[in-house]
Structure formats: structure tokens, C-alpha cells
Design a protein around this ligand. Structure first.
Ligand SMILES: Nc1ncnc2c1ncn2[C@@H]1O[C@H](COP(=O)(O)OP(=O)(O)OP(=O)(O)O)[C@@H](O)[C@H]1O
Ligand SMILES: [Mg+2]
Length: 250
């Protein structure tokens, strides 16, 4: 199996948070679900992978080549969907995709843009992105992540706020892209989707990798939800339920 991404001892130190020597690989033609509680370091890790924030330690190799601080050439081969939208909200959807194609250094192609916008019901939307609904923004960011046919797709909570028919389409597209040899890592809290879509999962807790393994192996023992709660929650849900009811009924 070819290694697409090789992450070694990746470290990021914020005042009150440490991403602690994270090591993992992503192989050709696989979908990796990236899990962890709120604040466990998923978004931080995904931003580090595309070099959008500086690391405090560790190395990342993409297709065998070490990514250096100033390195941007590799971004042409990576699609990234951020968790928090785009700073370019003054553009229309079409202008944004044209701009991103420029960034990726691929030839502008009106037909491609129009067809993709049309499939996601965004073709006739002429307003600026800042006036889009949340789901519309997500759809545009998804298109922008895949439009240049990347080798590696990095998606930060791609299914947030999108309607069920779009979730269905996005899942189909991701499986289709995997069959075409794209590797995918996506973060999500929707464990039903993670369980169906992923070949492997990586679970973070408080900046540390606490689990990495194949979905098929996990499912022989327990559900992904059970695994998640077992390895990342220090509180008993039933206990907390009792407490909450007592508190609000007081
Ligand atoms: N720029 C920053 N400055 C200081 N702390 C930060 C910064 N960015 C993130 N953090 C902290 O790093 C930790 C990890 O945040 P991160 O956004 O990576 O979590 P996450 O796993 O993506 O969570 P969520 O599931 O809520 O999206 C949090 O404690 C967060 O407050
Ligand atoms: Mg996040």
C-alpha cells in the first residue's frame, strides 16, 4: 500500500492545549475518519497538514516529500474543506471557484464550474457568499475542495449543516473519488456516517491519539459510538443524566 501522507511526531502548543507528538499515515485509496471530542485537536491537526498554521515540532511527508514551511506547491494536489468557512465571502460562488482554481494553478474552466454548481443546486444563486445559508456555504466549500481532482482530500466536518440529500450525494462522491485513488481524511461527530464511510479511524482525546484502527475490526467488537465513549469520555452518561434532571428540577 502506498503511503500518501506520513505524519511524524506532529506538535502544536497553544497556551492551554498541546497536540502531543501525533504520528499517523494515510494510504492510497482509503478513507480515514478523524474523531475526537470538542477541543481535542482535530481542526488544529488538519490545519497543520495543509501548512496553514505553523507546527511546533514534527514532520509531514506528502508523497514521500517533506513539506517545508514555505512550501505551497503541494497544495495543488490537496483539497481542503475548512470548518469555519472562507474569508472570501464578498465573492459569488462562481467567482470563488474561479479564484480557487487560480490558487490551485489549474486552468479556469467555466463549464466545469457551472456543472458542479448545478449539481449542488447553486448555479442560479447569484448572491455573495456572505448571504448564503450555512448549508449552501458548506456545499460550495465541498465543491472547492474537490474541483481540482486532488490526490488527498482533507475535510473538516464536511457534513455539518447540509441537507440529507446532499449528505447522500457527498458520501457517494467520496466513495467514487476513493475508487479513483483519492485518499480522504475527514473529521466528523456524526458517527453513523463515520462508521459507514471510513476504512479506518483515528481517535484523538485532549491532543493525544488514543486509538487508530480498521472499522471492520472495531465492528466485530463494538460500535464506533461505544469505542468513542469508552476511550474519550471520563463521565458516565447515566450519572450525568441524573445530575442534570436534579439540577433543572430543583
Ligand atoms: N489560535 C488558537 N489559540 C489558542 N488556542 C487555540 C487556537 N486554536 C485552537 N486552540 C485550542 O486548541 C484546542 C483544540 O482545538 P481544535 O479546534 O483543534 O479542536 P477540534 O477537535 O477541532 O474541536 P471541535 O470538535 O469542537 O471542532 C482547543 O482547546 C482550542 O481552544
Ligand atoms: Mg474542529
Amino acid at each position: 500500500m502506498n503511503t500518501i501522507l506520513n505524519v511524524k511526531n506532529l506538535r502544536k502548543n497553544y497556551e492551554k492545549f498541546l497536540l502531543n507528538d501525533l504520528t499517523f499515515q494515510i494510504f492510497e485509496k482509503e478513507i480515514v475518519g478523524f474523531l475526537g471530542p470538542n477541543g481535542s485537536g482535530k481542526t488544529t491537526t488538519l490545519k497543520l497538514l495543509i501548512n496553514s498554521i505553523p507546527a511546533d515540532g514534527g514532520e509531514i511527508f506528502f508523497l514521500g516529500e517533506k513539506i517545508k514551511k514555505s512550501h505551497i506547491e503541494f497544495r495543488r494536489y490537496i483539497g481542503y474543506m475548512p470548518e469555519t468557512g472562507t474569508p472570501y465571502e464578498f465573492l459569488t460562488a462562481k467567482e470563488y471557484l474561479e479564484f480557487m482554481m487560480d490558487v490551485y494553478k489549474v486552468k479556469k474552466n467555466d463549464k466545469k464550474i457551472d456543472e458542479l454548481l448545478s449539481i449542488f443546486d447553486l448555479k442560479d444563486v447569484k448572491k455573495r457568499i456572505k448571504n448564503f445559508s450555512k448549508g449552501m456555504k458548506q456545499k460550495l466549500l465541498f465543491i472547492s475542495a474537490i474541483i481540482h481532482d486532488p490526490k488527498l482530500l482533507i475535510l473538516d466536518e464536511p457534513f455539518n449543516s447540509v441537507d440529507p440529500q446532499t449528505v447522500y450525494l457527498m458520501k457517494k462522491i467520496l466513495i467514487g473519488l476513493k475508487d479513483e485513488k483519492t485518499s480522504i481524511i475527514f473529521s466528523s461527530h456524526i458517527l453513523e456516517i463515520v462508521e459507514k464511510l471510513s476504512d479506518r479511524i483515528i481517535l484523538l482525546n485532549n491532543g493525544t491519539k488514543v486509538y487508530e484502527g480498521e472499522i471492520n475490526k472495531i465492528k466485530k467488537e463494538e460500535s464506533v459510538e461505544e469505542l468513542f465513549n469508552r476511550l474519550s469520555s471520563s463521565n458516565d452518561a447515566d450519572e450525568n443524566l441524573k445530575k442534570v434532571i436534579e439540577i433543572i428540577k430543583e
